[in-house]
Design a protein around this ligand. Structure first.
Ligand code: MIC
Ligand code: SF4
Length: 641
């Protein structure tokens, strides 16, 4: 068996390990971040379990760090109290980005990890089966239930050779994105192996598995080996190490080979992480902003390498360079060893350890600017301005651009990649353990924390108009943007719903309210990107009961089902072409069809007087969830509440 299959087998609660079949996995650890966490814990509270039933659950605060008023700080207080009361560790604001800190302090090879964030696969860099999911799925895992998913296909990625100077792990994942595109990983786990993998340190592996999210993959995975032991030992956690490797005769459902010797520095152009080309093709484009950080590339090694490149030099006068260290550990270490002073002396603007500009939280570049970022996503509007042109590249390439004032070949500027330190500085004082006397904890809830909206049982007939017709690869940033205006509303669904499709069609909310619902139509890979379940919950809140698309991204599809919004796939993709905005659609006998186990749902187009067919491939459990009006109601019905 390959490593993915081994980890699945050792955590399998039920199901058949045939690709596409539903399986249920025991979840050892969960993580959450504040922007998705508040909703997840409100749901956990609604489930009514007194204590988390995982081996370890950690609640991080890293997204909503701009405290423009009381709302974000209120969420932090709520999360701190919930953690203390229900048995979670709480990583306080300033302690770092969830994925970076989890890798440093908590991830254990050979375990399963479910997180309320799409980049949870970061810990796959350490031999963890780490999966991103909606907050409700994570709440249910915290309550001790297994996580349900379809058995993925395993794509073996065999790495040969060695990265050349100035070429980094980021370029490996760019090359894979170039080959597979943002939908090429849907339904798959990418499992890395081969001689090239043995040369990569854990932080480099984590950069690759992190950005596997941009392929739409279920997760990505490296073995746990001598490199893992070296990392854990330096984190003073050698006791957490176990070797995790595929069997010698392992086979894969699919195969890809990659030669690191010949890889060159790559870059993703606006507006998609798969719009990849060699940096040499875009050298000379003037750059206005460079941002180094995010859960993809803000490790100690990343920032040390950047600091070495900038040491004794000055950032170009036309460039604003911002640096967000990934964790307090990273910031503390570079402060002590002088690298932070080198960054400051070069003119870098140092931000706190958090997601920062990656979630659009500040540092919006100037109008029409070119921003070059070491981040993982450059979807339109994510930087805070629709007109910006955002490029993604390695920290090394970003540092080169900061010096040159234009996109430049990092090999001209690069120094050697700086590997692991002899020892990491371990200070867990920013992580609070659960309370010893949970019964004494009163949970404080700010006035912006509103109750969860619910949905009734699935209706017999759905009817309404096509409110929006969208194209391929609509991301959750299109559906419900992030940024400082919107993120403080994550625990207030009625308020955040006002931003639904704001940058795609500013009239959407007005129209959906006037009609009391309707349908959204899209093409391939609808809902790619983040795990934010608000992108499913807010449409449900306004009465959108189905999305018709050519295909769906995994996490978003699950979120739609969890809120009983039907993800209907066109059985014949050309039917998409025949639909127009304002067409009146109708789906009848729905409950009956679902109860009969039907997978084909006919849709009558009243405007055009035609009928076409959609496919609703649900597992038995998903069918029950939809009929019950969503996962929370299904769980309530199951437990007789
Ligand atoms: C993202 O990178 O898009 C986010 C912001 O981290 C999201 C989570 C969220 O929307 O809160 C993610 O990746 O899941
Ligand atoms: Fe935070 Fe950006 Fe990572 Fe999302 S991708 S968790 S916003 S750093």
């Amino acid at each position: 068996m390959n490593l993915t299959q081994k980890l699945i087998k050792s955590h399998l609660v039920s199901g058949d390990m045939t690709p596409g079949e539903e399986i249920a996995l025991r979840i050892d650890q969960t993580l959450s971040q504040d922007a998705t966490g508040t909703l997840s814990y409100l749901q956990f509270e609604a489930i009514g379990v007194p204590r988390v039933r995982t081996q370890l659950s950690v609640s991080y605060v890293d997204h909503n760090m701009l405290q423009g008023d009381f709302r974000n700080a209120d969420d932090h207080v709520y999360l701190q109290d919930v953690a203390a009361k229900y048995g979670l560790y709480y990583s306080r604001p300033g302690n770092g980005i969830c994925h970076q800190v989890h890798l440093e302090r908590f991830a254990v090879p050979g375990t399963t990890l479910l997180g309320t964030d799409s980049h949870t696969p970061t810990c796959g860099g350490m031999g963890v089966l780490a999966i991103g999911a909606g907050g409700l799925d994570v709440a249910i895992a915290m309550a001790g239930s297994p996580y349900n998913l379809r058995m993925p296909r395993v794509l073996g990625v065999e790495l040969h050779g060695r990265l050349q100077p100035g070429v980094t792990a980021k370029d490996i994942i760019f090359e894979i994105l170039r080959r597979l595109t943002v939908k090429g990983g849907v339904g798959k786990v990418l499992e890395y192996y081969g001689p090239g993998a043995t040369h990569l340190d854990v932080p480099e592996r984590a950069t690759i598995t992190n950005m596997g999210a941009e392929l739409g993959a279920t997760t990505s995975l490296f073995p746990s080996d001598a490199r893992t032991l070296a990392y854990l030992t330096r984190q003073h956690r050698a006791q957490d190490f176990s070797a995790q490797a595929p069997d010698p005769d392992a086979t894969y459902d699919e195969y890809m080979g990659l030669d690191l010797d010949t890889l060159e520095p790559l870059i993703a152009r606006p507006d998609s992480p798969d719009n990849v080309c060699p940096i040499s093709e875009v050298c000379g484009i003037p750059v206005n902003q460079v941002a180094i950080g995010s859960c993809t590339n803000s490790s100690y090694s990343d920032l040390m390498t950047v600091a070495a490149m900038l040491k004794g030099k000055t950032v170009h006068p036309n460039v604003s360079l911002v640096v967000t260290p990934g964790s307090r550990q990273v910031l503390h270490m570079i402060a002590r060893n002088g690298a932070l002073a080198d960054l400051i002396a070069a003119g870098a603007r140092i931000l706190e350890s958090a997601c920062g500009p990656c979630a659009g939280m500040g540092q919006v570049p100037s109008f029409n600017a070119v921003s070059m970022r070491s981040f993982n996503r450059n979807f339109p509007g994510r930087s805070g301005g629709l007109e910006n042109r955002v490029y993604l590249a390695s920290p090394t390439a970003c540092a080169a651009a900061a010096l040159a004032g234009e996109i430049a070949d990092p090999r001209v500027f690069a120094t050697e990649y700086i590997g692991l330190p002899d020892t990491y500085l371990v200070d867990d004082s920013g992580i609070f353990p659960p309370a010893a006397a949970p019964e004494t904890i009163e949970i404080r809830r700010g006035p912006n924390i509103k109750p969860l909206p619910t949905r009734a049982d699935l209706e017999e007939t759905l009817s309404g108009e096509v409110l929006l017709k969208l194209g391929d690869n609509i991301s959750t940033d299109h559906i419900l943007p992030a940024g400082p205006q919107v993120l403080p509303l994550r625990s207030n669904v009625p308020a955040i719903a006002e931003y639904l499709f704001r940058y795609v069609d500013a009239t959407f909310v007005e129209r959906v309210k006037a009609r009391g619902g309707g349908f959204v139509v899209a093409a391939q890979n609808y809902g790619q990107g983040s795990s934010r379940e608000h992108a499913a919950l807010c449409p449900m809140f306004f009465g959108v009961k189905a999305v018709l698309a050519k295909s769906f991204a995994r996490i978003h599809r699950d979120n739609l089902i969890n809120y009983a919004v039907l993800p209907l796939a066109f059985s014949d993709e050309t039917d998409y072409d025949a639909l127009d905005p304002e067409d009146q659609l109708e789906m009848s006998d729905l409950r009956q069809r679902l109860e009969d186990g039907a997978t084909r749902i006919p849709v009558y187009n009243r405007t055009k007087q035609t009928t076409f067919e959609t496919t609703l491939e649900l597992t038995d459990r998903e069918r029950q969830i939809v009929l019950a009006g969503g996962l929370l109601r299904y769980v309530g019905k199951e437990s007789g509440r």
